[in-house]
Ligand binder design. Sequence first.
Ligand SMILES: [Zn+2]
Length: 297
Amino acid sequence: MKNISSTMGGGKYWRKCLLLLGMISIITSCFEEDKLEEPVQGVEEAKTDLDKYIEANFTEEYGIAIRYKFVDNFVDPGQRVTPPKLEVVRPMLDLIEEYWIDVYADVDGGEAYFRRYVPAELVFLGGLIFNGDGTVTLGTADAGARITFTDVNSIDFDDDEWLLRQLHTVYHEFAHIVHQNDKLPSAFEEIAASGYSSAGSWFNLTEEDALMRGFVSPYATSSPNEDFAETIAFYMAEADFIDDYITLEDNCTTAACENRNAGRVLILEKLNAIKEHYLRSTGIDLDELRASAQSRL
Ligand SMILES: [Zn+2]
């Protein structure tokens, strides 16, 4: 699970995991039953072309429900959200096809794995989720069953920051499926053991602090599971991953430079363990998957 948040106005992104309340799914299923059991003649909405497209290409094809209406049902009662504009739904579906479904379909073993483990629900929220504590949630997922995309009304395929944020969300959440089904790589948590942050403190770290500890992001220091998911998401989405997180800086003359390089050695060790585990566990070569994603970006 992941919940990416940023402090209002500060521009400093921070993330935390969030358990969605069971109550939400109860409300949701009640709502659906009501709709199914009490059709009112002449009042029930006719299926739009968009609904037919979703039904054929997502629901029947992959068993995915796309939630873009009544989105208040998919967040905590205290959270304020905006529904997506109707005209952004189809482009979001295209994004999911191109940067997620097709990325898997194009590699050996990818399609079968995707079909087996794709979450049952994708939720589109028009804006960010405004929380009571002044933070803003950028994306969440719930135990492999649902992924929530936020800020979809800002859709712009030319806006790298927006696009990468969406891809980070989906790659991160889908990576959790691997360890949920087949644990973490053996002794994964020992590779950068001293770098994990104490509970609830990861957002005090800078990106550089995280790198020096051997992590791709501050959020990755929050637990071995998050580290695993973050490392995969960054490896898939970031074009400069090798330069930024693996290749050692030459001619270090400062302690900071040496510490960054020490962190990179740990990231490489973890990445190698992840690749080996990913292949054994899913049958998919993570390098091929990254290449498939990068070829579209
Ligand atoms: Zn997570």
